[in-house]
Design a protein around this ligand. Sequence first.
Ligand code: ADP
Length: 169
Amino acid sequence: MKVTLVQGDLTEQQADAIVNAANSSLLGGGGVDGAIHRRGGPEILEACRKLRAGHYGGGLPTGRAVATTAGLLPARWVIHTVGPVYSGSQDRSELLASCHHESLRVADSLGARTVAFPAISTGVYGWPLDDAARIAVAAVRAAETSVEEVRFVLFDAAAYDAFLTRLSA
Ligand code: ADP
């Protein structure tokens, strides 16, 4: 598997699937989640509502992932995952790694070969960039998957630099 980096907007990516840093309600939020729903149109929210009405009545647990249509976005699917909120007193890195493993597992089940990830948990959920980059890069490198390209799409230069440092380590 090839791991690539891009500084840019996740919603513009030509990839089989993009990963949403969602919250457990699946009903939208700010940050990258807001951008995905804004640009992808109402079909994504509609699909999320159906998940809430069915299998995910209690919401999507932290560290898990589930796919929907990508609506109007260039990707085919959005894989929603819920990152852990950063805690200085508790080690939640397994949950952050799990977001990456579970997203790739869902990608495999869809037959997706190219998957674009944002820097999960590094926005509102407060995870320090360097640490999140370390965990994300290690998690995708360790994954057993048929995905051929994992692309990290970093919104700003600081996030890009953090991932670049980890990738070249
Ligand atoms: P979380 O709640 O998991 O922290 P956020 O959406 O608040 O999720 O932030 C996750 C990361 O996504 C942050 O680094 C933020 O800068 C970045 N981000 C926000 N919008 C976009 C976008 N359109 N494309 C790529 N990354 C984005």
